[in-house]
Write a protein that binds this ligand. Structure first.
Ligand code: UDP
Length: 469
């Protein structure tokens, strides 16, 4: 019996792309998968959907910019100067409910996999008598730190914002400061409780992680939260083909950028290049960009540096030393190239997973949200990273501290160098990448979780059909 799943991601690349990868993984296994998004966001998905088979489709629902008080065409978090989920954006997300409900009326899917932000999708699923699975977009360690701190409020007991405290209850000793916490932990609003409540009414969670990466935290979550959870990652490994890698998230097929990157990388020694990218929303002041340019160039290691323009002028670098990409980079394609030997990342969950999957050690430069928690996983738990030393979680580039060129140079040399510590780090990164590949291969842990979930959904559908006879 075939099952049909609706996938409804939050409107940001860091949520849409992993859900698209996930939808493809399910489509590969015989599921009918439908991505649901708004018209302006469809362009981000279409290059990949056009390359996929008949099991994967796209449906759009209108985005009510005017009613929500947003400018026309602003349908994605990347369109905001500060990537905050504003009340107007939340309102617009809530306005997706009626058209989404109409799609269910028309298409009768058997399951909804939706972002945690769409609290109303739990109600819709209940009304239609089908399971809703929540997609968090985070890893287990981050989810658990969020849960533990929200419960125990350990951060409230310390005297100052920069005073370290140890996260209680968890298997590793992880120190954080109040300054490093995302606002949804340090200063939660009613929306967080609403999401948690809708999640409790859901069928379970699907996570872009794999058991071998965070085993202790998977077990912790299963026992402490009593939530059903399926691990399906690393989902980016669905993009093995060069054309898939080039198409992923690029608004139009971008052979020019990809070809240029590949040619440049082909001319470099294996493992010699540092890839520098801060996700889809990592913007910096021109002072910080200048320091980065000088630090990267002084390191002596070749680099590809992705700069998201926000009005400031792109720094100039010596073309021999580094390749600067202004705008969208084919990240999975670049990370998969053998010339890449390190990744300077903002520790967004997808980038963290993609770094792990590529088997490269990382320089961690978290900016906001749960990125400081992911840094702890990379540096302290997996021991495959070097911290750039950021102290404060902050969405506004102007209010973040500046990391100086010399510090950047030192971090790059430490990561890319050949001393024993660096070699051990590289070895651990490679070992974890092997485990990542095994997890999604036939018979691997994530492969089995996908099988188990599909079987369960088929069973659910059969039982429902029996009941309705
Ligand atoms: N990405 C990309 N090219 C870019 C920037 C980002 O392909 O220039 C992809 C990246 O591979 C990842 C996603 O966009 O899959 C970003 O997600 P992440 O969680 O790392 O960060 P966010 O953008 O949500 O902060």
């Amino acid at each position: 019996m075939e099952v049909h799943i609706f996938f409804l991601p939050l409107l940001a690349p860091g949520h849409m792309l992993p859900m698209l990868d996930m939808a493809r993984l399910f489509a590969d296994r015989g599921v009918r998968a439908t991505m649901v998004t708004t018209p302006a966001n469809a362009t981000l998905l279409l290059p990949t959907i056009d390359r996929s088979g008949p099991n994967l489709n796209l449906l759009t629902i209108p985005f009510s910019s005017a009613v929500a008080g947003l400018p026309d065409g602003v349908e994605n978090l990347t369109a905001f100067p500060i990537p905050d989920v504003t009340p107007a954006f939340i309102k617009a997300l809530d306005l997706l409910e009626p058209p989404f409900r109409r799609l269910l009326d028309d298409h009768h899917p058997d399951c909804i996999i939706s972002d945690i932000a769409y609290t109303w999708s739990s109600d819709i699923a209940a009304d239609f008598g089908i399971p809703r699975l929540v997609f968090q977009g985070m890893g287990f360690l981050s989810l658990i730190i969020t849960g533990v701190l929200s419960n125990f409020k350990t951060h409230e007991a310390v005297a100052g914002d920069d005073e370290p405290f140890v996260v209680p209850m968890i298997p590793h000793e992880i120190k954080l400061t109040r300054s490093q916490l995302p606002t949804y932990v340090s200063n939660p609003d009613g929306n967080i409780e609403k999401m948690a409540e809708a999640q409790r009414r859901s069928y379970g969670m699907v996570m872009n992680s794999f058991y071998e990466l965070e085993a202790e935290y998977v077990e912790f979550l299963k026992s402490a939260w009593r939530t059903r959870v399926w691990l399906v990652g690393p989902v980016s490994l669905r993009n093995q083909d060069l054309l898939d890698q080039a198409a992923r998230g690029s608004e139009a097929p971008a052979p020019t950028v990809s070809d240029h990157c590949l040619n440049w990388l082909d001319s470099k020694e294996p493992g010699s290049v540092l890839y520098v990218c801060f996700g889809s929303m990592g913007r910096f002041t021109s002072t910080q960009l200048h320091e980065m340019a000088s630090g990267l160039q002084a390191s002596g290691h070749p680099f590809i540096w992705v700069v998201k323009s926000s009005g400031e002028s792109t720094p100039t670098v010596d073309g021999e030393k580094g390749l600067v990409i202004n705008g969208w980079a084919p990240q999975v394609l670049i990370l998969s190239h053998p010339a890449v030997g390190g990744f300077m990342t903002h520790c967004g969950w997808n980038s963290s997973m993609e770094g792990v999957t590529a088997g490269v050690p990382m320089i961690t430069w978290p900016l906001f949200a749960e990125q400081f928690f992911n840094e702890k996983l990379i540096v302290d738990v997996l021991r495959i990273g070097v911290s750039a030393g950021l102290k404060r979680s902050c969405m506004e580039a102007e209010e973040r501290g500046v990391v100086g060129g010399e510090e950047i140079e030192m971090a790059v040399k430490r990561l890319m160098g050949g001393d024993e510590e660096a070699m051990e780090r590289k070895k651990r990164a490679k070992e974890m990448a092997e485990k990542a590949k095994m997890a999604v291969s036939e018979g691997g842990s994530s492969y089995r979780d996908i099988s188990a979930l599909i079987e369960e959904l088929v069973e659910f559908k059969k039982n429902k059909a029996e009941e309705n006879k």
